[in-house]
Design a protein around this ligand. Structure first.
Ligand SMILES: [Zn+2]
Ligand SMILES: [Zn+2]
Ligand SMILES: [Zn+2]
Length: 155
């Protein structure tokens, strides 16, 4: 769901991993094996996933312990570079399906099943940024999240 006035690109599967890699390299960061493993793990999940779950899954897959702290650092780097989105009210992360495109993503998080879908509506987020600016506040990263029930859980 989106309203766009630009060439907005959504990615999935291996295309998403490639888009994330290209985007990170374009920001002057390195795409290491560990970063790729974390992103691939993140991209596997349709619902927001915690750093601890990613650390657990990677530890199991690699046969050696991966510290949640190192996962947190990589996720922070991903968020800073638009590769991942942080769902604040769930304290968890999602792969950003539009790594080449910057938006204040508006999340709808289901209280029942944990699904988080999002809307990119620049008009709405710009309005919120403008309201903040009117109060002399400089919005760095608006967090706009709605909690409720998804279509499936609503029945
Ligand atoms: Zn876009
Ligand atoms: Zn978005
Ligand atoms: Zn639901």
């Amino acid at each position: 769901m989106a309203s766009h006035s630009h060439a907005h690109k959504e990615h999935s599967g291996t295309g998403l991993i490639e888009a994330a890699r290209d985007s990170l390299i374009a920001s002057g960061e390195q795409w290491t094996g560990m970063r790729e493993a974390v992103f691939a793990e993140l991209a596997k999940h349709e619902r927001p996933v915690s750093a601890y779950d990613i650390a657990d899954n990677l530890s199991r897959a690699r046969g050696k312990r991966v510290a949640p702290n190192s996962i947190y650092r990589i996720l922070d780097l991903f968020v800073a570079n638009n590769l991942a989105l942080r769902v604040e009210s769930a304290n968890a992360f999602l792969a950003n399906t539009h790594p080449g495109c910057q938006h204040d993503c508006i999340f709808m998080v289901c209280d029942e099943c944990g699904e988080a879908t999002h809307i990119d509506d620049d008009q709405t987020s710009r309005r919120i940024r403008d309201l903040a600016a009117g109060c002399g506040f400089s919005a760095r990263r608006p967090v706009i999240e709605l909690r409720g029930l998804c279509k499936a859980c609503k029945g």
